[in-house]
Structures are given as structure tokens and as C-alpha cells.
Design a protein around this ligand. Sequence first.
Ligand SMILES: [Zn+2]
Ligand SMILES: [Zn+2]
Length: 413
Amino acid sequence: MPEGNESALFFCVVEDDSLIAELAQSLLKAAGHRVHLCASSRDALKEIPELKPDVVITDIMMPEMDGLALCEALQSDAALMDTKFVVVSAKAYDFDRERARKVGAVGFILKPINPATFVNQIMACISEHFTVRYWGVRGTLPVPGQKSLRYGGNTSCISMEFPKQLNFIFDGGSGIKELSNHLLARRGGKWSAKVFISHPHWDHINAIPFFVPMYIPGNEFEVIGARHGGKSMRELISAQMDDVYFPITLKEMGARVYFREVSTETLTFGDVEVKSMMLSHPGLCLGYRVNFNGKSFCYITDNEIYPEDSPHHNPAYEKELANFMRGADVALMDSCYFDDEYRRKVNWGHSSVNEVARIAHSAEVKELQLFHHDPDQTDDDIDRKLGIAQDVLRNLGSKTVCTAPAEGESQQF
Ligand SMILES: [Zn+2]
Ligand SMILES: [Zn+2]
């Protein structure tokens, strides 16, 4: 690979054994990449945030700070948002592999380094994964203050990063401002994304005008969603910026921003497939399922699942939704209410956590993630909903696990 090749990457190798470090360096350099060596985790902590490499390769067992603690510390730096971490270690225990995954490493390669396969192993690790980041997990209204310190107070927004600079954003609630801040803090260069809108209720679009990358020339965004009440996607987004509502119009955005209208269909972006389906919510609301490299993630927000004793209970819809989510690694689902709250808010378009757990189990999803929490709920209330969902799943003898992601968290697939 010649110098200056676009696919050449910048690696930092953190390794206290100089022979191994030099072997990794010579193999990566021979493949056309740039390499910087850090002889200790202390050096790495100081140098890596300044160097902003594409990939960090780290050993685990090092004095002062082990490689996994180092990954965790560096991952929290917004400037390293695009940096991928690969662990190379002699430790063959599942416990260490799992710990590496939890601290955000995209790969785990066992020592000794095999010169014939090392570079290919590294490239496979960094090209076969995608990362999901949570920027806002609340529903309806942002909730600032003491009651939302742990889960965060922003409304719906998550992002996904795939290989080859493919990025997705789901919804533009107030969480998209956090994503905007992170993108501005990262390395320079152009940034593009497909922006999937579930539906045009305020909490899903109203912070799009505050997403600074849309004002930067050279960036490119395709906004994807359903027409609504005769209005095009462009009109749905621009109407909130019209006239007296906002001082800047869509036309003033410096990036190339264009729109695509979809309903129930399958879209492909390279190796990534996105399916959509209409959800149970006032107006048109789309749920999305993303499939990539054998992994799948469903984004199902603003969705009402009627209890089995409700006159509105709709077995055909439940079957369709369960088939849509079937076997997914994650289903992120609207879990707005406790059962008693739901009974006061039937037909508002949101679900009780008990019903969400029931349908996630019937769809055999591996992990249910609770999302779109009612603005009157505190962090402790979300903990209680999590406990309820876990009880429902346990009583069903389910293999589905349940979690509640917090703003600022990320997950590798
Ligand atoms: Zn909503
Ligand atoms: Zn809604």
C-alpha cells in the first residue's frame, strides 16, 4: 500500500514488551500504515488524546494501569470518538474477552502475534462492527435537573457508526445537540449521515435546527422518513423553522441536506440493510430494523401495545411487530409507562413496560432496551420499570435480558 493511500490508517500500539511492539509496528508499516509506539499505559494516556489515532492496539497486562482500564479512560474522551480499540493479549480467559467488549474494544487477538495473519486480523476487527451511541433516551419533553442525572434528560436520539464512514442518526430530539457537541470536538474533516426520523412529533425533530454539522459546508445529510398528512419530509422539518418559530431557515444550512420519503420497505446502504414498519401511534410513525454482518438492532419508539384485556388489543399487529423484531440482538422500545399510568393514558400512543417485556419475549429478542421514558419519571422510576420488565421476563422463563441505556453510553455490535 503506497504512502498517502486513503485506506492507510494511523495506529498507536501500547505495549511494554519492546520486541512485540516492534514486530507489530513493522507488520503494520509494511502494510502501508503509520504507527506510533507507547511503551506504557501512562505514556498512552498522555499521548493518545493528542495524537487522535484511527486505531489503538493495546496489551492488557501492563504496570500502573492495565490495558482495559486504559481503553475505558480513553473512550470517555470525546476527541477519540472515532478511534477504535483492539486488545492483543496472552490472556485466553472468557472473562477478559467479555471485559474487553464491555470497555468498548472491537476486537481481541490472542498472542503470540502471527506475522502471517496479524494485519488481516486487525483489519477484520475494525471493519466488521458497528457502534450504537445513546444521546437522548427520554420521551416527550427534555427533563433537566436532579431527577435525570443518571439516565440523562434529553429526548430521543441515537447514532450508529459503521465501517467505511457510514453513519446513521435516529431522530432529532434534544439529544442530537449532544451528538453535535461530540462531533465538533472530534478530529476535523467532513461528516455525513443518514438521518432516520420515526415521526414528526416535537420530541423527535425539534433539535435538528441545533445540529451544527448541518451548517458546515462539505457535510452531507439524507433525512429519511414518512410523508405525513400530505406534507413532504422537507416540509415537516422546515415548518418548525418557519417565520416566527425560528430565526434561521433550512436554506441557510451550509451542508448538503436532502430528503427521502419511505414507508414500509427495505433500504440498503452498502452492506447495511434497514427495514421499516408502521408502528401503533397517532399519525404515521416508523420503526426501523438495522441488519449488518449478522447483527441486528431495532429502533421502536412511540408505539402502543394494547394489553390482552383491552378492547383495542390487536393480535395481528403484535404478530407483525414480533416478526419484524424476531431474534434481534437489541430491540430499543418505547416503554413510557407503569401499568397504572398507562391505564390513564390509553390511546396516547405509548406502552406500559409490562406489555413491552411480553412482546420482546415473544419476538425472542436477545436484549430489550427501555426507551422514551415519561417526563414525569425520575431516574429511580426508570430503575423500577427495569425491575418490573426483568420480573415479567423471569416469570415467562424468557432468555431475553432487559437493560435501560443511559445518555452518553455506547455499545459495540
Ligand atoms: Zn415521542
Ligand atoms: Zn410521538
